[in-house]
Design a binder for this molecule. Structure first.
Ligand code: F6R
Length: 590
């Protein structure tokens, strides 16, 4: 959460930073701010609430500069106000900084600083960092002051600092991502590569416990533990600026939904040796866990079903934020399979760290293969979905389903069959990703748009798809959407059904169909309106969203009409489907 961009070089820092922040808006869009340093070393700052997407150079009211730092915020400590927006100055206004992350012990640090006479202007933990640097600066050079400050902080974060009169930009990382991009005579520092990909694809990854000092547009790397030099390897990344653009589409979300035929096909391109090796590890493991958050947690739940049904293995799915309650069951014979699009999710990282302490091998099903989680995992299966910029995950989710399915087939010893089925499904997705189908979904969206509640039912592999459907509908339409395993209905939730309550029923062509259709009838008998999703029309459906018959893999296609429905509902309600309120794409705080 929160996006950071810093720039030093011969070009206009304001422009480079503003442009970079617009690419990082998916990380937070409550408020924004930029600070630049003039040729004479004077610091100037502009901050505002709202999204940076519509801010122009003229709005900045900053004079041209060769270096600067910027931030787009997802509020953690303190409300969404200009005072709480980054960058924050230290009390003497000589230090200015941006932070991505959380300072867990900021209360204690703040008290100490207040005793020394520091006065705070915001409610943020970030101002505490700025004043701690100011305090250390009384006795130490800036680099050492930053290093000592970072050592005082508890929690996961990354900061970028400038000082009045100096020519350095200093950044440090302890838990939140920071990447240094280099081009001739210019250096970028950012939370993610798209912020500067238009200018360079040559990067250094900063690891946790490291800092970078940029002077004369040259980066030098140091250890946070003792300040000594560390060597970093320059890497050329294979990301193209156009992959991160939305092209002719109105929103990233619909672009990413439409890409799923290709992304599903790409997801099956996995290293067969690694698939076999990990399958063997799964076969011999005992007490293994699937771990993720949000939509990725629902993918893990699907994993529980597909490993049971296809691979005949029992693996427990646990939300990463709840994992600590089960960590006592980890032994060196356990495995942890983590699922994450961003590869930066704080709760997942914490679960991995727990696993590593117990010598558990970690397998990552990941989109961002240069992320923190990718570097922590022992084996990585890249999902190859390409940059996903809409906050709501769509193409990454289906690619994760595909990789999970392939892994389950690998456990069964039949990778070729898994691939064949998935490639076939990818082809059949065409039936759903076309304007005619889109128009029909829109009609259903119009019928639902004024509803306050919608329920989604599934059985078997469609239980996690019902969960994913509820997440998609909640975040894009803001309608209360809740999922249930259909068999659970008469144990409580059936009491919620009254006349015209909309209930989405996910069906397939499998052993669960008869049972879920009877559950749908029970709902209809109580006045509920049934929106059926599945390959066959059943009498009980008041509305039917047809999907291709893909047998046991119905989860691969059933989620697509839901994504389209959520998108259309968002549009009809005047919401921005790419930026749901209160959310951010990369959740780097617990
Ligand atoms: C929902 C959504 C989130 C993410 C979750 C985990 O559409 O995108 O629920 O799935 O925040 O993020 P990653 O996959 O980056 O770990």
């Amino acid at each position: 959460m929160c996006g950071i961009v810093a720039y030093q070089g011969p070009h206009d820092a304001r422009q480079r930073i503003l442009e970079g922040l617009k690419y990082l808006e998916y990380r937070g869009y409550d408020s924004w701010g930029i600070a630049v340093r003039s040729e004479t070393g004077v610091l100037n700052r502009v901050r505002n609430t709202g999204e940076i997407g519509s801010v122009s150079m003229a709005d900045l009211k900053l004079s041209q500069a060769r270096d600067g730092i910027g931030h787009t915020r997802w509020a953690t400590h303190g409300g969404v106000t200009v005072k709480n927006a980054h960058p924050h100055f230290s009390m003497n206004k000589k230090v200015v900084l941006v932070q991505n992350g959380i300072v867990e012990n900021y209360g204690a640090l703040k008290k100490n600083l207040e005793k020394k006479g520091y006065v705070f202007l915001s409610e943020t933990d970030t101002e505490v960092i700025a004043n701690t640097i100011e305090e250390y600066r009384k006795k130490h050079p800036l680099k050492e002051a930053v290093r000592r400050t970072m050592k005082d902080l508890e929690g996961r974060n990354a900061i970028v600092v400038m000082e009045q009169g100096s020519q350095e930009i200093i950044a440090a990382r302890n838990g939140s991502p920071l990447i240094v991009g280099v081009a001739p005579h210019e250096v970028f520092i950012a939370s993610d590569i798209p912020a500067f990909i238009a200018y360079t694809n040559t990067v250094y990854y900063l690891d946790d416990g490291q800092m970078v000092c940029v002077k004369d547009a040259r980066p030098e790397f140091f250890s946070l533990s003792n300040g000594s030099h560390v060597a970093r390897r320059k890497i050329t990344v294979d990301i193209k600026a156009k992959d991160a653009e939305k092209g002719d589409y109105a929103h990233y979300m619909i672009k990413e939904i439409m890409e799923q035929k290709e992304t599903t096909r790409r997801a099956v391109e996995q290293d067969e040796q690694q698939l076999k090796k990990v399958a063997d590890m799964i076969d011999h493991a005992y007490g293994s866990f699937l771990v993720g958050c949000g939509s990725a947690a629902a993918v893990c739940k699907l994993g529980e079903y597909v490993f049971a049904k296809i691979g005949n293995r029992h693996i427990n799915a646990v939300e990463a934020s709840e994992f600590k309650h089960f960590s006592g069951f980890l032994t060196p014979r356990s495995l942890m399979i983590v699922v994450s699009q961003s590869g930066e999710t704080a709760d997942v990282i914490e679960a991995i760290e727990t696993a590593k302490k117990k010598k558990v091998k970690v397998i990552g099903i990941l989109n961002n293969t240069s992320s923190t989680i990718a570097r922590l995992a022992d084996y990585v299966f890249p999902i190859h979905a390409g940059p996903e910029r809409a906050v709501a995950s769509t193409k990454a989710v289906t690619a994760q389903y595909a990789v999970m399915t392939l892994l389950a087939y690998a456990v069964r010893g039949d990778i070729a069959e898994g691939k064949r089925l998935l490639v076939e499904v990818a082809g059949q997705m065409n039936d759903l990703l076309n304007p005619r189908y889109g128009q029909y979904v829109k009609k259903i969206a119009k019928m639902l748009v004024r509803q306050e509640h919608v329920y989604i039912l599934g059985r078997g592999v469609n239980v996690p798809i019902a969960k994913e459907s509820s997440i998609k509908l909640q975040e894009i339409s803001y309608i209360h959407a809740e999922s249930f395993a259909a068999g659970e209905l008469k144990h409580g939730p059936l009491a919620l059904i009254t006349k015209k309550t909309p209930v989405i029923v996910l069906t397939g062509n499998d052993g669960d169909t008869i049972d879920i259709i009877s559950n749908a009838k029970e709902v209809q008998a109580r006045g509920g309106v049934i929106i059926g999703i599945g390959p066959h029309k059943h009498e009980v459906f008041d509305y039917w969203l047809h999907v291709p018959d893909v047998g046991e893999l119905s989860y691969m296609v059933n989620v697509l009409p839901i994504q389209l429905l959520a998108y259309n509902l968002g549009i009809l309600k005047g919401n921005n489907p790419d930026k749901p309120r209160n959310l951010a794409k990369s959740v780097t705080v617990k």
